[in-house]
Ligand binder design. Structure first.
Ligand code: AHR
Length: 315
């Protein structure tokens, strides 16, 4: 039996639930594992405590989905000194010495942000909307997390490149409640000015949509309506994309359980593993106005979401 300690960021989003389920179903007793699961409730100090507990319990592997990128050097050194391999999952760590972790598997959040920005430019061009008429509110994720850093940067690059107006930028902490609260306050200050709400995950989008509707505005892709963009492509997110409430949803794939198991199997067999591995991710939109986007010379398809596609998806 292989013992695995997993420090999860929290349970704040539908994405995270899918991620935790993927880990739990993979690292089950039936599959030969003992999983010690710790929910950090979005607090790094809880993750530091969890990792120290895993070291004390002499687990075989530590899996860490870090809440933010910085602040890991000391605890990862302790794991290294104890001879426990650490696999970083989904978000990245920013450490002075890469040998403090064994490998990382996760999402390319900057690429996601760039894809979303290129989609917005493609949509605006196809609809004849001038860049100066695009006023954006950015509801950011947890500040300092890989997902926030990359998605915010992707948008900011688009703002610089295309000349859009970034009216507001505030964290919604990746939660529905905070997304709604932040959207309410943005609408109070600059309601009539907002054309696009760039939510850095689906749960923030759900909260923002509720706030937009409650304030008497409409969401969707028609003239005069507010475009809501999002990330994750959870089942609920794509259901809102199907109805047009979310105009474009960029995938962040949470199904890391089997990928991490493959890494552990290789390590158990004494094989080398890649230091960094990015997961392939898709893009979905309400309609087919934009068929593909180009980022760093690579083309990415944008799929018009249908009920049939939604029914076949795993999360
Ligand atoms: O790191 C992945 C991000 O974190 C997901 O987009 C979000 O839903 C979660 O909170």
């Amino acid at each position: 039996m292989i013992t695995v300690g997993f420090s999860q960021v929290g349970a704040e989003s539908d994405w995270r639930t899918a991620n935790s389920e993927s880990m739990k179903s993979t690292f089950s007793e039936k599959n030969g594992y003992k999983l010690i699961f710790d929910d950090a409730q979005q607090k790094q100090e809880n993750q530091l405590t969890a990792i120290r507990n895993f070291i004390q319990q002499e687990v075989d592997y530590i899996l860490l989905a870090p809440v933010t990128e910085t602040g890991w050097d000391t605890v990862l050194q302790e794991a290294k000194d104890a001879g426990i391999p650490v696999i970083i999952v989904d978000r990245m760590v920013d450490v002075s010495d890469d040998s403090l972790y064994t490998t990382w598997i996760g999402t390319d959040a900057l690429c996601e942000g760039r894809k979303a920005a290129e989609w917005l430019n493609g949509f605006a061009e196809a609809k004849g909307i001038a860049a100066s008429d695009i006023h954006i509110a950015d509801i950011q994720g947890t500040i300092g997390s890989t997902a926030q850093i990359g998605r915010t940067k992707g948008l900011e690059e688009g703002v610089d490149k295309y000349g859009w107006d970034l009216v507001a930028q505030q964290t919604g902490e990746f939660t529905q409640a905070k997304g709604q609260e932040v959207m309410e306050s943005i609408l109070k200050q600059s309601g009539d000015d907002i054309d696009v709400v760039y939510c850095e995950n689906d749960n923030e989008a759900f909260g923002a949509i509720d706030a937009i509707k409650a304030a008497g505005y409409e969401v969707g892709g028609e003239e005069g309506q507010i475009l809501v963009m999002s990330f994750d492509t959870t089942n609920a997110g794509l259901t809102d994309t199907l109805s047009g409430k979310i105009i474009c949803d960029t995938e962040c794939n949470p199904l890391h359980g089997p990928r991490v198991e493959e890494i552990i199997k290789k390590l158990e067999d004494g094989k080398d593993v890649e230091k960094k591995a990015y997961v392939e991710e898709e893009m979905f939109a309400y309609d087919d106005t934009v068929k593909s986007v180009k980022v760093d010379d690579k083309d990415y398809d944008v799929t018009k979401i249908t009920q049939e596609i939604l029914d076949k998806r795993a999360y």
